[in-house]
Design a protein around this ligand. Sequence first.
Ligand SMILES: Nc1nc2c(ncn2[C@@H]2O[C@H](COP(=O)(O)OP(=O)(O)O)[C@@H](O)[C@H]2O)c(=O)[nH]1
Ligand SMILES: [Mg+2]
Length: 422
Amino acid sequence: MMKRRTYLKAFVFMSCCLSFINILVTLQAFRGLENNDKVVDLLISQKLVNALNNGTLNSRNKIESARQHTSETGNANTVRRNNSTKSEIDSVNIEKNNNNTKQIQPENEKKKRYGSMYRPLNFVPNTTHDKSHMVPYLSNDIMKKYLALPESNYTQRVMILTPIRNAERTLDTFKTQLASLSYPHHLLSVYFGESGSTDKTFEKAQMISQDLKSLQNFTDSRVINLKMAGGIHGNDNFRHKKEFQKYRRSFLANARNRLVRYAFKHGGVFDHVLWIDSDVQEFPSDLVQHLLFARSDVVATSCLVKSHEFKGIYDCNSWRETALSLKHQSQMPQDELVLECYAETERIFLPYLKIEGRIVKLDGVGGCALMVKADCFRSGLLFPEVVYKRHIETEGLAKMALDMGYSVVGLPFVEVFHKKRS
Ligand SMILES: Nc1nc2c(ncn2[C@@H]2O[C@H](COP(=O)(O)OP(=O)(O)O)[C@@H](O)[C@H]2O)c(=O)[nH]1
Ligand SMILES: [Mg+2]
């Protein structure tokens, strides 16, 4: 009897041990699967980022590309359930891409036409009527040829004006770029016009101003509270919705006008106003010299965005009218706002005018990096806050400047880079 009970106990004990080991093995297996899933998830999200960056840079294509990759993610999930490898996932995605050739231009075609950071073109291609928004990468030799500056003894004073709102995260880079300007710092002042920030933009800009004055020898630097409320804010897709543009751009025009008025009242004497947006992350150290070299009243640079080994147009507001664009506008009411990048308007973007040389005539300008002679503002030029000849803000300023008899030009080879799209 005792013996049978001992056997029974031993049997129960053994069964418990076996079940426990079984549970451990199963748990381990699940964890392994989970980790595999994480790796696959990472691969998928990386592909999404790549696709967004590799597609042409206009927003419509970006949306298409994002849509396509949402369905790719679905595909990959199916593959994951079947325990497939990375190369299998890649081949499924490549197949999917092949079925969508309309949306994604083949890499080789893109490289041949626009060059790339690694294989720049050794000539200036004619992209005048290009609709892709991609901008050719040109070799250093070509760029040097079109960007050579004469020796000069600079004496002109430049007031840099930058409107800021929730710019805390971009201000450090912005300050580094300002500090590396090779124009004599004692001829430069920087005024920031802040309003509506919900982060520490104001405090950060104050610290930067202090450094620019004491460590970088700038003549003056201040942060001004513009005392405004409103505007349109949010990520690129939201902020750039067509229906918001009249109000958004009018608000920005008002901010710019307040800032420039303050500068004239409190900023001493200066010869030029240089507008630079706080989310422009890279500009050439000789930016000021290039803008002065144009010897014009209103001067804009190309404003681009980098995307892996390619680059594309960010600011669509620097353009030249064509006969066709003017014909279209002549059929519109006077107070209708014409906006670039929302439909084909048949205008030519500044970066596509390189074929004409280093200083080209424009009819519209953007505010990424924009120099305006101080005398233009003194004689009444401003950023229109209501529609002026079907345009507003910076583009409206260009239209108004032309009407006042001022010269409006662009420097297609001088490229500043806006931060990546959000
Ligand atoms: N003071 C002020 N600056 C603003 C406001 N909204 C934007 N900005 C600044 O104006 C510049 C251009 O604005 P942004 O939204 O980047 O224009 P986008 O690049 O054309 O979309 C940037 O330096 C912004 O920080 C605002 O409401 N108030
Ligand atoms: Mg911006």
